[in-house]
Design a protein around this ligand. Structure first.
Ligand code: 1HN
Length: 344
């Protein structure tokens, strides 16, 4: 009688399957999954002094022709090979000296600029001239042509936020140079009319809306502080919404201003979105996980997803204003957004 000399085993099966590009569920190691989302992104604080020094040095040694854009990027220590600030958003600072022009291009990554120091330069978005003032927010949504011109006679610095890491992970990144050195200017952002009397325009004017002015944001913040009560987790929140629909700033990125009154402290919470903050005015502290970040105007920090966090304005008399961007709209579109208070 013939004897069975080989008995099958899981190891043998795994090996044979692997040769045929197959794998078993039993090989996954389900014990490594947690009942909450886990991120590799690390909480991190970047000081303005370091960013500013790098920008000024880049101004001396990096030409705008060579760089296309003279930006200094915030790199998350856990994502350095990807040159990313978080797994979804890239955050950088751009320095354009007097007389410089950054040539037009477009890409599938959606981007915005928030103006920090300087004024009078402009970004042209699909032929629309958007003249910058400090605190303005200018959008360059996916595949819009954009170039930057600084004819203001003085240097300018702004921050750039892009959804590059997210678009890259979906393998949808593309980049296209514009065929000429500059776009022809067709109109200015002041000519974009959203409402004309009580009649709604027939075409979608929001499709042509790229420029949120600081003067409007500031007025709205004042009204909020005077008439509304603050959110217990985020203080007074002014979101940059899409006109007419009230939708998110862009499909993947929500931008907002968060104001804390002197001494104001928020309660801790956590959410499945990841946020990057930039201290625009004032000073304070944010507690992220078990770390404390002390910030002043110009500093930036990351709150990775599901990390408990809260904010505190340490000043006696000055409001603190944080500019924030998050990937919340992308998560909401995928029905992955969740948030909850965290017990103190
Ligand atoms: C970009 O196009 C700009 O147009 C700024 O100002 C920063 C970072 C990565 C990729 C493209 C801009 C960028 C960028």
């Amino acid at each position: 009688m013939k004897q069975a000399t080989v008995t099958d085993s899981v190891e043998l099966l795994n090996r044979d399957m692997s040769e045929k590009n197959l794998g078993g569920h039993w090989q996954l190691g389900l014990e490594s999954y947690l009942p909450y989302p886990e991120t590799t992104v690390q909480p991190c604080l970047w000081k303005w002094k370091d960013v500013h020094e790098s920008l000024m040095r880049a101004g001396e040694v990096v030409s705008i022709e060579q760089a296309e854009r003279r930006t200094v990027r915030l790199l998350n220590p856990a994502l350095k090979d990807r040159q990313a600030t978080t797994h979804t958003i890239q955050f950088s600072f751009q320095y354009v000296k007097a007389g410089e022009h950054a040539r037009p291009h477009r890409h599938t990554a959606a981007a915005f600029r928030f103006i920090l120091k300087g004024s009078g330069a402009y970004t042209t978005v699909n032929g629309q001239k958007c003249v910058m003032e400090e605190g303005d927010l200018i959008l360059t949504p996916q595949l819009t042509w954009h170039d930057h011109t600084n004819d203001s006679g003085k240097p300018i610095i702004w921050l750039d936020g892009l959804d590059i890491p997210l678009v890259q992970s979906l393998q949808q990144l593309l980049f296209e140079p514009y065929p000429k050195d500059a776009q022809p200017i067709e109109k200015t952002s002041d000519e974009v009319v959203l409402f004309q009397g009580s009649a709604r325009p027939s075409s979608d004017p929001a499709a042509d809306f790229f420029h949120y002015k600081w003067s409007d944001a500031q007025r709205n913040l004042r009204v909020l502080v005077e008439t509304a009560s603050p959110d217990r987790f985020d203080g007074y929140v002014l979101e940059f919404c899409k006109p007419m629909t009230g939708g998110p700033t862009m499909p993947t990125i929500q931008c907002a201003l968060k104001l804390l009154r002197p001494g104001q402290e928020t309660e801790p919470h956590r959410h499945t979105s990841t946020a990057i903050y930039h201290a625009f005015r004032g000073s304070g502290s944010s507690y992220v996980g078990d770390q404390r970040f002390d910030w002043e105007a110009g500093d930036s920090f990351v709150v990775p997803l599901w990390y408990p966090h809260r904010h505190l304005n340490r000043a006696q008399s000055e409001d603190a204003i944080l500019f924030s961007m998050s990937d919340t709209p992308a998560l909401k579109a995928l029905e992955l957004y969740r948030e909850e208070p965290v017990g103190q």
